[in-house]
Design a protein around this ligand. Sequence first.
Ligand SMILES: Nc1ncnc2c1ncn2[C@@H]1O[C@H](COP(=O)(O)OP(=O)(O)O)[C@@H](O)[C@H]1O
Ligand SMILES: [Mg+2]
Length: 403
Amino acid sequence: MRTSANPAPESVLVVDDEPSLRAIMSFIVQRTGAIPVQAPDATTARQLAAKHTFACALIDKNLPGENGLDFLKWLRSVQPGCNALIVTAYGNVDSAVEALRLGAFDYLLKPFEVDALAHRIKLALEQYRMRQERERMQAMLIQADRLASLGLLAAGVVHEVNTPLAYILSNLDWLDEELPSLRKGLERQGTEQRAIAERLEAVESTLRDIREGAERVRHIARDVRAFARDPGDASMLVDLREVLEAALKMALVHIRYRARVVRDYQEVPMVMANEPRLAQVFLNLVVNAAQAIPEDGAEHEIRVRLWTGPNGEACAEVGDTGLGIPPENMANLFEPFFTTKSEGEGTGLGLFICKSILESFGGTITAESRPGEGTTFRLTMPPHASASRAASPLEPVSAAAAS
Ligand SMILES: Nc1ncnc2c1ncn2[C@@H]1O[C@H](COP(=O)(O)OP(=O)(O)O)[C@@H](O)[C@H]1O
Ligand SMILES: [Mg+2]
């Protein structure tokens, strides 16, 4: 039985119209421990690559029908992780250079030596495994950060739930006392009708309070569940304003007593991304901002901004009037495990994760800080073609007016 320490062998696509060469290359692939999958032409190879993932591909440059380099280009677009080796005849070095330009892992001149080919295949497979491993670690870190945020969130949720729960329970106590005496009054019908009607009114109003409390608990539970759900990897059209608002709502307990939120939402294009992952990005930034704000009694702000950049890109900022970041720390901010916080408060993964997530959607993140004055994180993301979200006239530049 295979375990993760001994993973399944990778498949290697062997594309060559010459049956004997195909057989030799397949034999060499087998010797490296991988599984060869043969195709005599690009059409067959395309069909195979549409169904299976290949760690590596050996592609003859001169294929009948579609040229090997055109196939390489297509393969790079559908399986960017596949390391392709182009096999080309002697005296055709130009096409080898062209192959490298198109993203080939390496090229090999025919006739090749068995050992040389075996060596190249091994390198290609090794590099593939290392990349897989790196992606796996990155996914694990993102998950770890999500769990850390979740823990933080859970503490906030307990705090939030306690208030409505307290009035649900005290109102229930009151109903426990009120209802039996109401029943007794009704049993003595007629005598105290008006008093009973008044008390019924009080009962109804209490029931409304209880409902309100229960609704609040339900909303809080729903918000947490939405965050706890595995976000998956699907991309969708995302409205940054909604994501930012969701993150602010999540972080409310951390912000409420420290700072006031100032919003400046201008027109910003929709972006193609995974919404829960982007929410994780903004949550990390907003929580960092709240944590940077000292409890010095001064009036502090967390400023969030959305706008369209000069090249049509979506731009966002999360800023604070907190402690700021010493210049010597600026270079390390986005490094994994860089933290100035105590254990339990910080993992040092937040900003690293923000950067990884943003970059996976073609975005960027930068920081600017003045010690003692505050810090601003600026994000950009490519706009989704043609979609743009107009700033709603109803959205006030909220608390800003109060400053
Ligand atoms: N808004 C901010 N203001 C001041 N320092 C910040 C801010 N955001 C991040 N930092 C600094 O960057 C470090 C790394 O942040 P992050 O990656 O989110 O990890 P963590 O918050 O777990 O420490 C923090 O420990 C802190 O020193
Ligand atoms: Mg953090």
